[in-house]
Each structure stands twice: as structure tokens, then as C-alpha cells.
Design a protein around this ligand. Structure first.
Ligand SMILES: Cc1cc2nc3c(=O)[nH]c(=O)nc-3n(C[C@H](O)[C@H](O)[C@H](O)COP(=O)(O)O)c2cc1C
Length: 200
């Protein structure tokens, strides 16, 4: 198994026993300008492929930018703030989901399933010693137009994929945020039996 460059368990503490890979995934912005081999990149999308989905419809799609030309197109719709760090990543990808249900109408799970697919990718990225940083900071309509995304696909996020680099290359604002974040307590997330009932 590839080595993880960062082990964040000193900064993140799980209240219950979980696989450390969940804690080791975090959204660093410090990318190394280093290519990812096709074999390793494909292993991330292979992980994404095995996510569960309603009726196994697998509604997720990924538009992948690897060449300078493709990344230049992505740069047209990514927010200025995100561009300051994410363009160093060797790979960018736009996550979409196919919205129609085969039974007619809209598949109510398309976004849920696409999120599950990205989270599989993100965990495999950790296993491969890579960062996969999701971004909602981009112009969806420009992305749709520039990349030719049909109307029956929703656009969810851009992800930057690459190796960990030197945090000193970040702007002051991003450098301050360059650390694994915490989470609220589980009791604030869980309800017992009915909305609002505390789970003790
Ligand atoms: C859908 C989504 C959109 C996000 N958008 C951005 C973004 O535009 N820019 C950014 O720097 N981080 C973005 N993030 C990263 C989040 O800020 C980060 O996941 C969150 O603070 C939790 O931290 P962690 O991923 O390090 O655990 C996004 C994450 C997700 C899942």
C-alpha cells in the first residue's frame, strides 16, 4: 500500500473506532506540480465506479482535464480564489449526474449517488497518497456551456487531484486554513426516532 505523506491523527480524533483513512482525508490546497500516472489516476475513478446508487443507475459522470488546454478551459469557469491554488494540481475533474429516472421524471437520488461516488474517489486518493479537493466555487452555467454538458445532467463540483506540495506556496489567506478541520459532536447530528429528539 502506498505511504501516506501526512498522518493527521494527532490533530483529528474520532470519538469511536473507525478506519484512519477517514481522518487522513482532508482538503489540502497545497499541490505539487507533479503528474499522476494513468494507472494511479484510473484507480481513483475505479473506486468511484464502485459506489452504490439507487437501482444501480450509476448516475455520476466525470469530465477530466489533464492537458494544459483542458485545464485552461476549466480555468475559464473556476472562481478566482480557487484558481490561485487548484491550477497547480495535475488533474481537475467536473462531477455531473444524470438526472432522469428510467421510470419517467427525475431520479431523486442522482445527487446523493454522485456524492457517494466522489467520496469513494476521495478515500482511494488518500490510499494512493493523493489529495482530492472538492470545489463548489465555480460558475456552473459557464462550465455547462464550455464543456458541452447536456441539460439532463446536473453539475455538482470541480475536484482538484494531485500530490501534496509545499504549503508555503499558498496565499496568506489559504495558508491560515491549511490544516485538517474538526467536526461537530455526533449528538448534534443524530436524532432519536423523530426530528429534534436528542440521541443519548
Ligand atoms: C461540495 C464541496 C464544495 C467545496 N467547495 C470548496 C471551494 O470552492 N473551495 C475550497 O477551497 N474548498 C471547498 N471545499 C472544501 C471544504 O471547505 C472542506 O471539505 C471542508 O471544510 C471540510 O474540510 P476537510 O475536507 O479538510 O475535511 C468544498 C468541499 C465540498 C465537499
Amino acid at each position: 500500500m502506498p505511504e501516506h505523506r501526512f498522518d493527521v491523527q494527532n490533530e483529528r480524533h474520532a470519538a469511536y473506532d473507525i478506519n484512519p483513512i477517514f481522518l487522513n482525508r482532508w482538503s489540502s490546497r497545497a499541490f505539487l506540480e507533479k503528474e499522476i500516472s494513468n494507472e494511479i489516476l484510473m484507480s481513483l475513478f475505479e473506486a468511484a465506479r464502485w459506489a452504490p446508487s439507487a437501482s444501480n443507475l450509476q448516475p455520476w459522470r466525470y469530465i477530466v482535464a489533464r492537458t494544459e488546454e483542458e485545464k485552461g478551459m476549466f480555468a475559464e469557469f473556476i472562481s478566482a480564489s480557487n484558481k490561485t491554488w487548484c491550477l497547480k494540481a495535475p488533474v481537475l475533474a467536473l462531477i455531473l449526474s444524470h438526472t432522469p429516472s428510467p421510470a419517467g421524471g427525475v431520479n431523486g437520488s442522482h445527487a446523493f449517488d454522485a456524492g457517494a461516488s466522489w467520496s469513494y474517489l476521495a478515500l482511494e486518493a488518500v490510499r494512493q497518497g493523493l489529495i482530492s479537493h472538492a470545489m463548489a466555487g465555480f460558475d456552473r452555467e459557464s462550465a455547462r456551456r464550455l464543456l458541452g454538458v447536456p441539460d439532463d445532467y446536473d453539475i455538482h463540483a470541480v475536484i482538484a487531484i494531485g500530490y501534496h506540495g509545499d504549503a508555503q506556496s499558498l496565499s496568506d489567506q489559504h495558508l491560515q486554513r491549511e490544516q485538517p478541520s474538526g467536526r461537530r459532536e455526533l449528538k448534534e447530528t443524530l436524532f432519536a426516532g423523530r426530528f429534534g429528539n436528542s440521541f443519548e
